[in-house]
Design a protein around this ligand. Structure first.
Ligand code: SF4
Ligand code: F3S
Ligand code: FES
Length: 243
């Protein structure tokens, strides 16, 4: 089967390529079960070694190959050719500065991530018997979904509110904050809720819902944001039921 790719290119170091442009490539002998990442590798290795893309695990785990495929944010390693057809358009995710071809600068994204205290806080000494801090299954369930985030940025870079204002902390950072806010063993929920109450915090979310279908881990992103909003209104994560 023959497949045609239309790829957004950009190379700031080469005259004539230092403005974004589209380039087409044709591949023969493509199987319906080939992944888009494999096909991009074939283009890079067989036709144009200058094509720049980011990837690592090739198995949907590292989150490094987020890109816009036929207008939808996806991980290239998780998308089969048969699911996107024989004409495939690939471009960088939106809202972050493009460095080269499909590679964007993730630093603004990780800056937002770091701003929400995405780590466990508990100043009490650990249990004397050397065991872990225990938690009921019911309490663990409250943040189970948001532990699955791999920080791929598919959600944040599909959010029109983020496109309009890159200072918005974005859904990925809020998902990460949710994971700790709703952990009953953590002691910094109030600080995180204060951070997310700021003008560029969770209230920039207008419930547009692009983020939820964009998530390759099938996290209910908009629901998590709704729970954080409810916790802010109540002044505490306690008693917030699944929305
Ligand atoms: Fe990626 Fe989903 Fe995490 Fe957003 S919530 S960064 S889409 S894994
Ligand atoms: Fe954006 Fe998702 Fe909210 S797309 S506006 S973060 S529901
Ligand atoms: Fe790691 Fe796709 S290359 S998630």
């Amino acid at each position: 089967m023959q497949v045609t790719f239309r790829i957004r290119r950009y190379n700031p170091e080469v005259a004539g390529k230092d403005k974004p442009y589209w380039q087409e490539f044709t591949l023969d002998d493509v199987e319906p079960t080939d992944r888009v990442l494999e096909l991009l590798h074939r283009i890079k290795w067989e036709q144009d070694g200058t094509l720049a893309l980011r990837r690592s695990c090739a198995h949907g785990v590292c989150g490094s190959d987020a890109m816009r495929i036929n207008g939808v944010n996806r991980l290239a390693c998780k998308v089969l050719m048969k699911d996107v057809g024989t004409k495939i358009q690939v471009e960088p995710i939106l809202g972050l500065p493009v460095l080269k071809d499909l590679i964007v600068d993730m630093e603004p994204f990780f800056e937002h991530y770091r701003s929400v205290m995405p780590y466990f806080v508990n100043d009490d000494p650990p249990p004397a018997d050397g065991r872990e801090r225990l938690q009921s299954q019911e309490d663990r369930e409250k943040f189970d979904d948001t532990t699955k985030c791999i920080l791929c940025a598919c959600c944040t870079t599909s959010c029109p509110s983020f496109w309009a204002n890159g200072e918005y902390v974005g859904p990925a950072a809020i998902v990460q904050a949710h994971r700790f806010i709703f952990d009953t063993r953590d002691q910094a929920a109030k600080e995180r809720l204060d951070i997310l109450s700021a003008p560029n915090g969770v209230w920039r979310c207008r419930t547009i819902f692009n983020c939820t279908p964009a998530c390759p881990r099938e996290i209910e992103v908009t629901r998590a944001l709704g729970e954080v909003k409810l916790a802010i209104r109540k002044g505490s994560p306690e008693g917030v039921i699944k929305v």
